[in-house]
Design a protein around this ligand. Structure first.
Ligand SMILES: [Zn+2]
Ligand SMILES: [Zn+2]
Length: 300
């Protein structure tokens, strides 16, 4: 029997959850961000300026669904920091959470994540490679929903945007963490390099948030994924034209497939051994851009 990972009903919506405007250190004004993403076919956008929450009620929301967002950063030294992006019901300013810049002396990474989580936000660990987070520091953290498997802005800065190995380390330790891709746009060249496709019940803020918390999405820097799931005892994926499809599993090793004779791959499947804790798929196109599914977990 075929069981798709994605909800049966719903619509695919494209969005970016991590962006900066002139409200903090971005070069584009909020209205220009909205215009750029709407013109480029995006369905939703979260403006996540540093340590400040702006509801942006003044911006038009007829062409794109605006999610509220924020990025908190704790600076430990000029070369080391922790950045956490939140989207959702940001900024209720409860007694437990005030949206401001926190110093390293004021709180820990875990306390920051707890505050954002308790505020109802979908919490993402941003660009851990660029931030110089050590793997064991990440492993000690709980309560975040996703890690940025790909961050276009820090990839442009110094090849610091790919956190796929960090993500697998979390999954190997039994942490159920989704993966997002984002632009983290500060300057125009960061635009349109990393995004997510969400399968939501409707093109509304609430439906998008529900899909995010449920993991009904995938991250990509190019390829699209049509379907992904389990059929009998195999994992399958179907995608746009790709040169490689990988199934990543643990503890047993997974399986890789490559296009042969110039014919692109659009689907693959892999028989599971029955000993996997999780499986996920990665589809890579001819330009090297990738799409990452969220993991399917097994209760072994
Ligand atoms: Zn950041
Ligand atoms: Zn950022």
């Amino acid at each position: 029997m075929k069981k798709s990972y994605f909800p049966k009903n719903g619509i695919w919506l494209k969005g970016n959850l991590h962006s900066h405007s002139t409200v903090s250190d971005g070069q584009l004004a909020p209205e220009d961000l909205v215009k750029s993403y709407a013109l480029h076919g995006y369905d939703f956008l979260s403006i996540s300026d540093h340590n400040v929450f702006v509801p942006h009620h003044e911006l038009p929301d007829d062409e794109i669904v605006l999610l509220t967002g924020v990025e908190h950063d704790i600076e430990y030294s000029p070369d080391k920091c922790t950045h956490v992006v939140g989207t959702g019901e940001v900024g209720k300013e409860t007694t437990d959470y005030v949206c401001k810049r926190y110093s390293a002396a004021e709180l820990t990474d875990q306390r920051l994540i707890n505050m954002m989580h308790n505020d109802g936000q979908f919490v993402m660990l941003a660009h851990p490679v660029w931030s110089r987070m050590e793997p064991d520091e990440i492993m000690d953290l709980d309560g975040f929903n996703a890690i940025e498997v790909f961050n276009n802005g820090t990839e442009h800065l110094c090849h610091g945007g790919n956190a796929e190995t960090y993500w697998d380390l979390l999954l190997r330790h039994g942490k159920h963490v989704f993966a997002t891709a984002s632009d983290d746009v500060h300057v125009p060249c960061d635009l349109f390099g990393g995004w997510i496709w969400v399968k939501a019940a409707a093109r509304s803020r609430q439906a998008i948030l529900e899909a995010l918390f449920a993991g009904a999405f995938y991250a990509t820097s190019g390829p699209s994924i049509d379907d992904y799931g389990i059929e009998d005892n195999s994992v399958y994926v179907s995608c746009s034209d790709c040169r490689e499809i990988h199934f990543v599993t643990y503890p047993p090793r997974g399986k890789s497939f490559f296009a042969e004779d110039g014919t692109p791959l659009t689907q693959a499947c892999h028989a599971l051994s029955g000993h996997e804790n999780y499986v996920r798929a990665v589809c890579i196109d001819a330009e090297g851009h990738a799409a990452w599914t969220n993991p399917i977990y097994f209760n072994r």
